[in-house]
Design a protein. Structure first.
Length: 158
């Protein structure tokens, strides 16, 4: 029997057993220190991404910090938070293709340092265009793009 491939929206809404709080151990403890970490549900990441208003941006690190505060832990998982942001971006594009207009503004979520995410739908050029339409200045550094003065445009979800 062939297993049906899940849509991006199904992946976004499939929380499995998340959120889950775990001790930081092993290799992760060397990089992130000791304490506890939340592995968020995909919809939690999407919810935070949805809150970023036009003209503002957020980075994965700010989303991770908000998740940590919400769950009362040391950190938000760096790996799953990034993966779930990617799923959210693709789910939003899927919704856009269905004619929906109230989609998650994923292009406002950047990588650490204000860098654009090449894995988002349409790649760097599409994210650059969407950010520029909202008034951001996007500069190139080697093969990467970043938002100029991104710290000034950071959105705080506190």
């Amino acid at each position: 029997m062939v297993k049906k491939k899940l849509s991006w929206q199904e992946k976004l809404n499939n929380s499995k057993d998340y959120p889950k709080v775990e001790e930081i151990e092993g290799k992760m403890a060397k990089k992130w220190g000791t304490g506890t970490m939340v592995i968020p549900a995909p919809v939690e990441v999407d919810e935070l991404m949805r809150k970023v208003p036009k003209g503002k941006i957020v980075t994965i690190n700010e989303i991770r910090a908000a998740l940590a505060r919400k769950h009362g832990v040391t950190i938000g998982c760096p790996l799953t938070t990034g993966i779930f942001a990617w799923i959210s971006a693709n789910a939003a594009e899927e919704q856009k293709m269905e004619g929906k207009t109230d989609i998650t503004p994923y292009w406002r979520t950047l990588k650490t340092g204000g860098f654009l995410n090449e894995k988002y739908p349409g790649g760097l050029e599409a994210q650059k265009l969407l950010l520029e339409r909202e008034g951001h200045v996007v500069l190139r550094k080697g093969k990467k793009y970043f938002v100029k003065d991104y710290l000034r445009a950071l959105f705080s979800s506190n």
